[in-house]
Design a protein around this ligand. Structure first.
Ligand code: ATP
Length: 582
């Protein structure tokens, strides 16, 4: 009930639309009485009293009323659609806005396909509850009430006989609703799981093809799809078993009505026209009941969807997204003080981290894979919060700063160089929406990317493809460097790409990175010899700890892990690495 109440709270924003929907439904409903009234008039009045002159006016009046009812029906459809779309738009927007404000930890555990199902399917299912209940349920109730009042005014006894099956219909509907919520939830969860898998597989289609695992993946998809089929059939089976029974009870009412009416007519207590009016009205009386089936399904589906959507809307936002200190200037001094963090509750991912960077310095993190290097960068952007210790920027603890301010002052060039499926211009403007084309070309030149962009047929308007796949790895890297240059942040986080590119491109990327790093505090996950050579401090990480730190020559002399990693091979500029990575 509370979920339903909450779904309905969205209508309060559209009181006028809801009122219009209600009024149109009422007007259309009132006009259903025309048919029984006309039938009765013909049979009990016009025919027995041979009133020729009344035939045409009565017929015209009836046709006029029917036409008006259809006109109202059209207006009702138009107004309901507008109402429907307004509510869906609001819900979708609210949900997306919430999703953007959720912490990274939530995304780690939430399959993308599931998130997409909530926006794509659950939101429309919730909206149907609102619109259908106002239009169908209210108008149905109203129709039932009006026709019932009309029938009572004609013959109380026959009305009671007609209504006799009602309690059984109500009981069956109540039982169905109570039992079916879990079935609907199972169907909805199975669809979500199928969507998640589909999303994952389409994103990973290159891997699937490269490893020729199409048959295995088809089998996995088949299992997931069969689960959806099973869950949907369970719902369909429950429907197939319940509703024909309900219809049977309802229709048995007609037989009872005819029999009772025959008795009263033979006794001379009732006119044939009254029976005819009952027969014509019966459809209108039981029509709302026939709507109970689809409506109950809509309600159940909507409540299940509503619970899934509200579960997200009720999650807490990332803390300090907007609020928090916003210093007027940033020098770029960064200190990690005894920092510890764990993604899960188990063993810490990083611990006891103490590093200090003075403004303009480059700190290089090196170490074997999984050592925790990227994690430190994630803590600096506050994608995740430290469990122990603290990070200070210009002496202010990170947790006191507004995340919006912090992220505005940090440039993060990730290894995979993600680009959105938009034009190169739009991808660059993420960093500075008001930048002119001249500024864009200037940063492209500084990132050694202007040459290839000029050669592209559509230039800055070239669309990068999903995740930037229409551009080469080296091109993507240089565009992300250009984007970071445009942002011009005082603090730079850089995860150097490990993928090998040709000598010429390597040189271009290297120059671009040098320009990017100059005059800013940089934290670099380093794979290039030049980066570690230039670094003011190299932190060698292993198992979540800094095990060695110092400058290149000193660390080599020390003959420890760094020296071993270095002898295994740094990537020289212009020389794709050949012996693994650091
Ligand atoms: P690489 O050089 O391979 O990128 P890294 O040194 O940057 O490695 P991290 O990415 O910081 O290593 O990962 C450190 C540890 O944390 C790894 O064991 C990894 O499996 C784990 N880890 C990383 N990201 C997550 C996450 N989002 N959720 C749970 N565990 C994670």
């Amino acid at each position: 009930m509370s979920t339903l109440r909450r779904i309905f709270s969205y209508t309060t924003r559209y009181r006028w639309r809801a009122l219009l929907a209600f009024l149109l439904a009422t007007a259309g409903t009132l006009l259903v009485l025309v048919m029984p009234a006309m039938t009765q008039r013909f049979i009990d009045d016009i025919i027995p009293h041979r009133r020729w002159e009344a035939i045409w006016p009565t017929a015209l009046l009836a046709v006029g009323a029917i036409a008006l009812r259809q006109l109202i029906f059209t207006a009702r459809m138009l107004s309901n659609n507008a109402f429907e779309q307004a509510v869906v738009h609001d819900l979708r927007r609210e949900l997306y806005d919430k999703i953007q404000r959720l912490p990274m930890k939530w995304f780690d555990n939430q399959p993308t396909g599931d998130i997409m199902t909530r926006i794509g399917s659950d939101v429309p299912a919730m909206e149907k509850v609102i619109v259908d209940s106002i239009d169908q349920a209210l108008s149905g109730l109203l129709q039932f009430g009006i026709v019932l009042a009309y029938l009572l005014s004609q013959h109380v006894g026959l009305t009671l006989v007609t209504l006799a099956p009602m309690p059984m219909v109500a009981l069956a509907t109540w039982l169905y609703t109570r039992r079916n919520e879990t079935r609907y939830r199972a169907a909805s969860e199975a669809s979500s799981a199928l969507n998640s898998m589909l999303h994952d597989n389409i994103a990973g289609i290159r891997q699937i093809k490269a490893y020729t695992v199409e048959p295995q993946e088809l089998r996995r998809f088949d299992r997931s799809s069969a689960e959806v089929r099973r869950a949907q059939l369970t719902v369909a089976k429950a429907n197939a078993m319940t509703w024909p029974g309900v219809s049977l009870i309802a229709e048995a009412g007609i037989v009872a009505m005819m029999s009772a009416a025959a008795y009263w007519i033979l006794q001379g207590e009732m006119k044939v026209g009254t029976l005819m009016a009952f027969l014509v009205s019966w459809g209108f009386l039981f029509d709302p009941l026939s709507r109970i089936n689809p409506l109950t399904q809509t309600f159940l589906g909507g409540v299940v969807a509503g619970k899934r959507v509200f579960a997200i809307l009720d999650l807490g936002d990332e803390p300090n997204l907007i609020d928090g200190i916003r210093p007027s200037a940033l020098r770029g001094q960064v200190a990690f003080q005894n920092v510890g963090f764990s993604y899960a509750e188990k063993a810490p991912t990083v611990r006891g981290i103490n590093v200090e960077a003075l403004p303009g310095q480059t700190i290089a993190f090196v170490g074997p894979t999984g050592a925790g290097k990227s994690t430190l960068l994630n803590l600096l952007t506050r994608f995740y919060e430290c469990d122990e210790g603290r990070i200070l920027i210009d002496g202010t603890p990170l947790v006191e700063l507004s995340k919006e301010w912090l992220r505005d002052h940090i440039g993060y060039v990730t290894q995979e160089s993600f680009l959105f499926n938009a034009s190169i211009r739009e991808n660059l403007l993420l960093a500075k929406p008001e930048a002119s084309d001249e500024e864009l070309w200037a940063v492209l030149a500084a990132a050694n990317a202007d040459g290839f962009v000029r050669r592209l047929e559509a230039g800055l308007d070239t669309v990068a493809g999903e995740r930037g796949t229409k551009l080469s790895g080296g091109e993507r890297q240089r565009l992300s460097i250009a984007r970071a240059l445009l942002k011009n942040p005082p603090i730079l986080l850089l995860d150097e790409a490990t993928s090998a590119v040709d000598n010429e491109t390597e040189k271009l990327i290297q120059q671009a990175l040098d320009r990017l790093r100059s005059h800013r505090t940089s934290f670099v996950i380093a794979h290039r010899l030049s980066t570690v050579r230039d670094a003011h401090l190299i932190c060698v990480m292993e198992g979540g700890r800094i095990v060695e730190s110092g400058q290149h020559e000193a660390l080599i002399k020390q003959g420890g892990l760094y020296a071993r990693l270095a002898s295994a091979g740094f990537r020289e500029e212009g020389k794709p690495e050949s012996h693994g990575e650091i």
